[in-house]
Design a protein around this ligand. Structure first.
Ligand SMILES: [Zn+2]
Length: 566
């Protein structure tokens, strides 16, 4: 019942915003200075707003690309990143919320609202009606959808994306997304994707029931051929050499892998920089197939590169692996920009990330962070359920008493408890969590609904405010636990490090804007990823009612012009 009601409220919202007078959404080719004879012309020249609207918005997400990695590697970039560094550089962007995971993070990028409004509170959440975790881009009401093989859908997303709004303003606008991850492509394109592709272990795929286009099939064939053939180790740039050192993590080591690809190793392929190259190549094929950026109506192409995240999880963030990955991604980005240049497309590019990341505690402890540690197993949901059952004498009718503990984030109670039992279980769980030395803060849903949505500078938000920004009373747990800085779940085989905490290493991401002919600059004052949608909307003259976005328009013209004043 929830999803249809969410969809109903979305369509009500779309209908409401559609009622805005058409004049504010008209797209005159003339410069905006001529919009009213009564308005005096601006005193200073306004190069950004004198530029015609870009024909294509290229919105890039680099999964797990923290502001820390950007700071560490920016001096070495010579490819696509180097171009972005000549534009508007915001080194301190914030995914302001606490739930620093892929799906919530991607949901903020082009909707311009925090996860509390996108409804995407986590990569998955426990659904009492379904009796299981549901995936953020799943339609669990489809009887064929299972936890293992979810039917992919945008139904959970409660806000329109920029592409959705552009298409509503002019149905000729094209809204296209590609990623190695389904949740990234779905969250960036939203409800009206003309094409959305993601890597499915073997080949690129799309929504069920949609044909896979010739371009996507061609890219899948090319990628499959590469995997079948295998590939040698990737080169180690000289600036990566100091990081090339083995560190034991659990029963494996990280720090020295160079990504050789064994012939036929489809699983291994997904954890190498090569999956980003394939994603970028498919993006270019889709530009050609769909004619993106060709006609006067602006299109949007979202590209989410996933390998940085896969590499960060498998090997941590401070080994030779991440260094090689970012060097390869720099080249992949360079090829993508060059392909658009060759086609003569006038585009604006933005690059950011869905969340930051953190290294493996085993290496952090060697490198001046003695407090880094692995999560106490007593905080995992199985152990916590048993302990709370013992404390209260209450057991779930079926399965565990608590779901979802084991990292910063939500804890859901098992269904079927009476109101009084729920109260006792919440109180006992909160008490146990607060007594654990690894816990920084615990909130109940009842507390969070009462606090207002945070405003102002995201670096000053309290942990409670960060948690509020990714809280949705319909979907969030009854309890939200936040572990202390430096506490990392795992390790699991092949999984050394992760993100998902409310701490700034997971919240801070770079935000880089570039457009030919617009003066670049660097602005270290914090901004938010929810600022991206209104910033891009201003560039194409798309006007939406107040309150549409949680963010604000950023003036990306470093000169006297104001790209927000169209
Ligand atoms: Zn991740």
């Amino acid at each position: 019942m929830r999803v249809p009601s969410a969809l109903a409220s979305l369509s009500a919202m779309l209908a409401l915003t559609a009622a805005v007078p058409a004049t504010s959404q008209d797209r005159p080719a003339a410069p905006p200075a001529s919009s009213s004879a009564a308005t005096p012309p601006p005193a200073a020249p306004d190069p950004a707003s004198r530029l015609p609207k870009p024909k294509l918005i290229l919105a890039i997400s680099v999964d797990q690309f923290s502001a820390d990695l950007f700071a560490q590697y920016r001096e070495h970039f010579t490819g696509g990143f180097a171009r972005l560094l000549t534009g508007a550089v915001f080194p301190q962007g914030f995914q302001s919320h606490a739930a620093t995971e892929t799906c919530p993070g991607h949901s903020t990028l082009l909707t311009g609202v925090h996860p509390a409004r996108t409804g995407i509170i986590a990569n998955s959440w426990y659904d009492a009606k379904a009796g299981r975790d549901v995936y953020c881009v799943e339609d669990e009401h489809d009887p064929t959808s299972t936890a293992k093989e979810p039917v992919v859908s945008s139904a959970h997303l409660k806000a329109p994306t920029l592409g959705d709004l552009m298409k509503r303003a002019d149905p000729a606008a094209l809204n296209v997304a590609v990623s190695a991850k389904d949740r990234a492509a779905v969250m960036m394109s939203g409800h009206t994707a003309d094409a959305a592709y993601w890597w499915l272990g073997k080949g690129f795929t799309t929504y069920r029931g949609r044909p896979i286009s010739a371009a996507a099939n061609a890219q899948s064939a090319a990628t499959d051929a590469l995997i079948e053939a295998g590939a040698p180790e990737l080169p180690v740039p000289s600036w990566c050499e100091k990081l090339d050192r083995a560190v034991p993590v659990g029963d494996f080591t990280v720090g020295t892998f160079r990504f050789p690809l064994k012939a036929g190793d489809y699983k291994g392929f997904g954890r190498t920089p090569r999956v980003d190259a394939a994603t970028g190549e498919l993006a270019v094929r889709l530009v050609d197939e769909m004619g993106l950026g060709k006609d006067p109506v602006t299109d949007v192409l979202s590209v989410s590169f996933s390998a940085t995240d896969y590499v960060g999880h498998a090997y941590g963030t401070e080994g030779v692996e991440m260094c090689i990955q970012l060097a390869q991604l720099d080249a992949t980005l360079g090829r993508l920009f060059a392909a658009l240049d060759q086609r003569g497309i006038d585009y604006v590019a933005v690059l950011t990330a869905d969340h930051g990341g953190f290294d493996a505690p085993e290496r952090l402890r060697q490198q001046a962070f003695p407090g880094a540690q692995r999560l106490d197993p007593a905080l995992k949901d199985g152990a916590l359920s048993e302990a709370v059952s013992k404390d209260t004498g209450i057991k779930a009718k079926d399965g565990q008493l608590l779901h979802g503990a084991g990292a910063s984030g939500d804890i859901w109670l098992a269904p079927g408890l009476t109101r009084s039992q729920q109260g006792k279980v919440v109180a006992a769980t909160v008490k146990r969590l607060k007594a654990n030395p690894q816990i920084a803060a615990v909130f109940t849903a009842a507390e969070l609904v009462r606090i207002p949505m945070p405003q102002g500078d995201p670096q000053d938000w309290t942990i409670e405010q960060r948690t509020r920004a990714s809280f949705d009373p319909e979907r969030s747990g009854q309890i939200l636990m936040m572990t202390k800085r430096g506490v990392v779940p795992g390790p699991n085989p092949g999984y050394a490090a992760t993100h998902g905490s409310p701490w700034d290493y997971d919240r801070r991401v770079p935000m880089l804007f570039w457009r030919k002919g617009v003066a670049g600059f660097e602005q270290p004052d914090p901004v938010e990823t929810v600022d991206i949608a209104p910033t891009l909307a201003a560039l194409i003259g798309l006007s939406e009612p107040a309150g549409t976005w949680d963010g604000r328009c950023l003036d990306i013209d470093g000169g006297e012009g104001d790209s927000c004043a169209r």
